[in-house]
Design a protein around this ligand. Structure first.
Ligand code: NAD
Length: 367
């Protein structure tokens, strides 16, 4: 098979971390015998500097013609003076919208060897945790009617939360399918004691649950979910939730793993096409210093191999290589712990490749 991947490194640390993810994709090409064609396109501030717009037509059509997109990060102080609608950050929002990517998958995994980096007490995280947040990405309050108006009591502003049955059903299916491939439990998070949209969300999730009798389903209010995440993150497998709640809970979950630089994400739209990016931004404070943690980008490449290229074994090998590198004590600055060895972005990429090469004989692609 030949696969086409659009690579959008973007700004700040984006190009540095994406370069390490590309090494992993090159490894997967060799290990599986499939051909992977990587084509780089401008996005964000880099695209504004070169062609005056954050998402040139060539970039968008390049993404549409590819099997998937590997994205770095966009934005930085250089472009902060631009009006909101012209800022580099619009690139990723426009891509999600144009590519109809309605499901955001954010795994948050704390490897036991990283427990010391978590802000949670050791007895809570000594065994690590491994959860997946499935967040609806193109509906809800972020996309509902919004505005502000002058009233007798001063300005009144509003944002309308709205969901259709179809929108809830399709994101619920993504979450149930994910649960089938994991530990088989799903927590649906809402605010059904107060919100009408949440009551509909709960009703549709229960309907979809009938198609998946093997999955244990639990409903949880979002305030309780926020608390349970810090009390006992190990209780969660798949968390399904709306756009707004998912935005907040996934950032909370990310910080529990010790470093924002570790976490990958995938945005999907009901097919094998996806956009893969680390959850962090362009980190301008450390850009160009070979100091960024590339593991979020490398683990995003693993998700790409699994969901868009059906290379499950290669994806597992990448995740296992990351675990081994951490177990050996290699850390970038953001993850440093007493007794660990500090290395830079490129060396971290090399260490992952070294670990993969040791496994190469065991790794084959799925036909
Ligand atoms: P950020 O995620 O870039 O950085 C927050 C903190 O985490 C910083 O201290 C940074 O050094 C650190 N950090 C981030 N990634 C790291 C990594 N891989 N390794 C080690 N440390 C890392 O968030 P911010 O500072 O709020 O935003 C910076 C810029 O990025 C802004 O322009 C923002 O709009 C943009 N941004 C882009 C995206 C995206 O492209 N999807 C997402 C979030 C923020």
């Amino acid at each position: 098979m030949t696969y086409k991947i659009a690579v959008l490194p973007g700004d700040g640390v984006g190009p540095e971390v994406v370069a390490q993810a590309v090494k992993v994709l090159r490894w997967a090409e060799k290990a599986t015998g499939h051909r992977i064609i990587l084509t780089e396109y401008d996005a964000g501030g880099a695209a504004i500097d070169r062609s005056g717009t954050y998402l040139p037509e060539k970039t968008l059509s390049g993404c549409i013609e590819s099997d998937c997109v590997l994205f770095g990060s966009v934005g930085g102080p250089k472009w902060d003076m631009l009006p909101g609608g012209q800022r580099p950050e619009q690139a990723v929002l426009k891509l999600r919208k144009e590519l109809k990517l309605y499901a955001n998958l954010r795994p948050a995994r704390l490897y036991p060897e990283m427990a010391g980096s978590s802000p949670l007490r050791q007895e809570i995280v000594e065994n690590g945790f491994d959860l997946l947040i499935v967040r609806e990405l193109t509906g809800g309050i972020y996309f509902g009617e919004k505005g502000s108006e002058q009233t007798a009591e001063g300005v009144r502003a509003y944002d309308v939360e709205q969901y259709s049955e179809a929108e809830i059903r399709r994101i619920a299916r993504v979450a149930f399918e994910a649960a089938v491939g994991r530990r088989g439990t799903l927590t649906s998070v809402d605010k059904a004691n107060v919100l009408e949209t949440s009551r509909l969300f709960r009703r549709i999730v229960d309907c979809v649950a009938e198609e998946y009798p093997q999955i244990a389903v639990k409903h949880m209010y979002v305030d309780n979910a926020a608390m349970q995440l810090v009390r006992n993150p190990g209780q969660f497998d798949v968390i399904l939730t709306s756009n707004l709640f998912g935005d907040i809970l996934s950032d909370e979950a990310s910080v529990l793993t010790g470093s924002i630089g570790m976490l990958p994400s995938a945005s999907m739209g009901g097919s094998a096409f996806g956009l893969y990016e680390p959850i962090h931004g362009s980190a301008p404070d450390i850009a160009g210093q070979d100091a960024a943690n590339p593991l979020g980008s490398i683990l995003s490449a693993a998700m790409l191999l699994r969901f868009s290229l059906s290379m499950d074994e290669a994806a597992e090998a990448v995740e296992e290589a990351v675990r081994q590198v951490l177990a050996l004590g290699w850390r970038t600055a953001d993850m440093m712990q007493p007794g660990a060895d500090r290395i830079g972005t490129q060396e971290m990429g090399e260490q992952v490749i070294r670990a993969l090469n040791k496994m190469i004989r065991r790794t084959v692609s799925r036909p």
